[in-house]
Ligand binder design. Structure first.
Ligand code: 1QQ
Length: 385
């Protein structure tokens, strides 16, 4: 309650500062001059989790965006400058970053932040200033309800989790499971609620629900309890760092069943940290590089060439697509500086083809896209069939 109030208060203060300093709400960049596409490169701000415990998410996002930017600029239809801000996975840093991008850098639009919690904190500032902001990894419930300028091409948990649960129920005949989640992370809590609903919808009994906090490293108490209940699977909603340590400990104490996760599982870091213990981790994702598709093959090859043979993950792929979505909207808007025109143009994107597949915004600015249910097998994400 106290934390929530502080967050609300900070948001209000910054929100009113914004209103008085920028006189905004009209939706166009205060200091931007030209409204034509010849007005120069479009300045897009990026708020990303670039350092700290979840930095692998943000680094992948940065890499995907830079690759897309180079390609888009080489194609020459619209020029884009990216301004990166590191939010470190912290709500206040995300607020500061959005304020800077909106008021000082006069960006036409924003990509990010990485975490849903950061978007809940900082999204309203961009929205109030009339600056389009698009999450590429914000999967909690309620993101685009923040306002008409808030978009996401991240697949909501409410689309992803039911698919992962249904597939796992069919594949492993799940009847009873245990659930674990990080209770001080807005997104993880939302993911937990989505899991609970999906389990109910599939007639699966929840034997126990255990919580922990972001940055925790010892999960033995929760897992010992869970082991005694002999669940058919364990569901986990947390970022990769905690999820990997949960998996390690679980395997160590003899829990061999599948672990079904939310979006936090979608990083190769999960496998890097957990090692063999990650085998049996299940998650739904719109990104699966194993698909037979020329666009995906080219993206993977170009990414590997640019980044020292690294295979792009979901966070890189969704950010790569996000910048192309922006580029396409900027082109249609006919302006690199008009924020309102960009918002309206983004909202019309219906037939976009990206590396994560066919994409459209629904009328709530959420993505319509397909997901694949993946399982870690021999240290690799593969399709769960
Ligand atoms: C969110 C997420 C995280 C896993 C992003 C890194 O999905 O916060 O919405």
């Amino acid at each position: 309650m106290k934390k929530g109030l502080t967050k609300w208060f900070t948001g209000m203060v910054i929100g009113s500062l914004l209103l008085t300093t920028a006189g905004c709400g009209g939706g166009s960049a205060p200091a931007a001059s030209s409204g034509s596409q010849t007005g120069g490169a479009a300045k897009i701000g990026v708020v990303s989790y670039l350092t700290g415990g979840g930095a692998a998410y943000g680094q992948s996002q940065k890499e995907g965006l830079e690759l897309a930017k180079d390609e888009i600029n080489a194609q020459g239809k619209v020029k884009i400058d990216l301004i990166f801000e590191d939010s470190r996975g912290n709500n206040n840093e995300a607020i500061n970053a959005v304020n800077k991008l909106v008021n000082k850098d006069n960006v036409v639009g924003i990509i990010g932040p990485t975490l849903s919690g950061e978007m809940f904190a900082a999204g309203p500032i961009a929205n109030q200033a009339g600056v389009p902001i698009m999450g590429t990894s914000t999967t909690a419930e309620g993101i685009t309800e923040l306002g008409d300028f808030v978009f996401r091409n991240a697949l909501p948990e409410s689309s992803a989790v039911p698919q992962a649960v249904k597939k796992s129920v069919e594949k492993y005949s799940l009847k009873k499971v245990a659930v674990m989640y990080s209770s001080n992370n807005d997104w993880a809590v939302s993911g937990y609620k989505t899991m609970e609903k999906a389990l109910k919808d599939n007639g699966v009994e929840i034997l126990a629900t255990e919580t922990f906090a972001d940055k925790d490293t010892d999960f033995s108490a929760q897992l010992t309890k869970i082991a005694a209940l002999k669940p058919d699977a364990v569901m986990v909603s947390s970022l990769y760092q905690e999820a990997a340590l949960v998996l390690k400990k679980a395997r160590e104490i003899g829990i061999t069943v599948p672990f079904v996760g939310t979006n936090g599982f979608n990083s190769p870091e999960l496998i890097k940290i957990a090692g063999k213990a990650a085998d049996g981790a299940v998650v739904a994702s719109p990104w699966y590089p194993g698909k037979e598709n020329d666009k995906i093959k080219k993206f993977v090859a170009d990414y590997k060439a640019k980044y020292n043979n690294k295979v792009p993950d979901q966070f890189a792929a969704q950010s790569y697509d996000a910048l192309y979505i922006y580029a396409s909207a900027l082109e249609k808007a006919g302006s690199t500086t008009d924020r309102k025109k960009l918002r309206d143009s983004l909202a019309t994107i219906k037939d976009f083809q990206g590396v994560t597949g066919k994409f459209a915004f629904d009328d709530k600015r959420n993505p319509l896209m397909d997901a694949t249910v993946l399982i870690v097998k021999d240290g690799q994400f593969t399709e769960l069939k």
